[in-house]
Design a protein around this ligand. Structure first.
Ligand code: AMP
Ligand code: ZN
Length: 115
């Protein structure tokens, strides 16, 4: 838990969220400003600023994050038509919240590449 981290405060319940899923290691909630009909953020409960600081010891956690996201995508009925995962990282990546989060975006056809 990092004291000044928005997503740590969401995990602890100090800031409310629209929760989708929770277990011992992973928390998922609806993005407050959705960029697609389905926009869910999947985060590790462990505070890590961004994906670049993940270490070998975090390999299982990062794997779990993606596997849980697959289940969340399936439950949101996105598996058949497809969806997009995004991990914005750093300044050029457009990261605004410095606690690793996997964006799950779906429910519409998306263009590529991003702007
Ligand atoms: P990023 O730009 O990749 O760091 O994404 C941060 C995301 O967090 C954005 O899509 C925001 O809309 C979302 N966000 C910010 N504050 C909240 C909040 N209180 N509850 C849910 N989502 C949030
Ligand atoms: Zn945090």
């Amino acid at each position: 838990m990092a004291d000044d981290c928005l997503f740590c405060k969401i995990i602890s319940g100090d800031i409310p969220s629209n929760k989708v899923y929770e277990d011992d290691d992973v928390y998922a909630f609806h993005d407050i400003n959705p960029a697609a009909p389905t926009h869910i953020l999947i985060i590790p409960k462990k505070h890590l600023n961004d994906i670049t600081v993940a270490k070998e010891e975090d390999a299982e956690l990062i794997g779990k994050l993606v596997l849980r996201a697959n289940k969340i995508a399936d439950k949101a009925d996105l598996t058949e038509n497809g969806f997009r995962y995004v991990i914005n990282t750093g300044l050029d990546g457009g990261q605004t919240v410095f606690h690793i989060h996997l964006h799950l975006l779906g429910g519409k056809s998306m263009s590529w590449p991003p702007g």
